[in-house]
Design a protein around this ligand. Structure first.
Ligand code: CA
Length: 219
């Protein structure tokens, strides 16, 4: 899962990045409205954290331009204490949720998890596929009642495929959403990763569609 964090205060941005990464997300950053708008317009994200008070272009304008361009990713806005009119305007402009500064990082991460779940059409934090249960609130995989140890990368792979189960996910999309930006996986790496996950969770859950990508079948 790939998150865009838009925040001009470096300390908060760093904090957001480290908490979201620790919770299993790939994080991209922007520190002003113009960069944010461009990234959101040209790249694909699973959710966006958007501060409203930004240099170059304010957050509300960024939000409106994305929605006008039919960029549909879930957006959580960050507003100043007392800025209730900003929150109303933000929600009316297409924001899905908000937090008032200062906030607890744990709360932000929980809200992001819920937004991603909802946008994938899933209300429960427990994702099921055959004997596998993925507990997204604790980043745990359970097969036949036993917890399976997964690396952060293995978890991101499984989580992305399960959120999008029933749809073939291309290799390019998968690489984009599960690897950190500074990692350039070679063509074989994804295959190897999928093989490793299959051995851990049962070989028939993830199907390979030659020339297309990977699929976890919907029930
Ligand atoms: Ca700000």
């Amino acid at each position: 899962m790939r998150i865009l964090v838009v925040e001009d205060e470096e300390r908060i941005r760093r904090d957001l990045k480290s908490h979201l990464q620790a919770s299993g997300y790939v994080v991209h950053e922007a520190s002003n409205g113009e960069d944010a708008w461009f990234l959101g317009d040209t790249e694909d994200f699973d959710a966006v954290v958007l501060d409203l008070g930004l240099p170059k272009m304010d957050g509300l304008s960024v939000l409106k331009r994305w929605r006008e361009a039919e960029r549909n990713f879930p957006i959580l806005i960050l507003t100043a204490r007392g800025g209730w009119t900003d929150r109303v305007e933000g929600i009316d402009a297409g924001a899905d949720d908000y937090l008032v500064k200062p906030f607890r990082m744990e709360e932000l991460v929980a809200r992001i998890r819920a937004l991603i779940r909802r946008s994938a059409g899933r209300a429960s934090p427990m994702l099921q596929a055959g004997p596998l249960t993925l507990d997204t609130s604790r980043a745990k995989a359970i097969v036949d009642g036993e917890t399976v140890a997964l690396s952060p990368l293995e978890y991101r792979l499984l989580s992305y495929l399960l959120h999008h189960r029933g749809r073939v996910v291309s290799r390019v999309e998968l690489v984009e959403h599960i690897y950190h930006d500074d990692v350039e996986p070679d063509s074989n790496a994804l295959e190897v990763l999928v093989g490793r996950v299959r051995r851990k969770i049962g070989s028939d859950l993830i199907e390979t569609r030659r020339g297309h990508g990977y699929l976890v079948i919907a029930e």
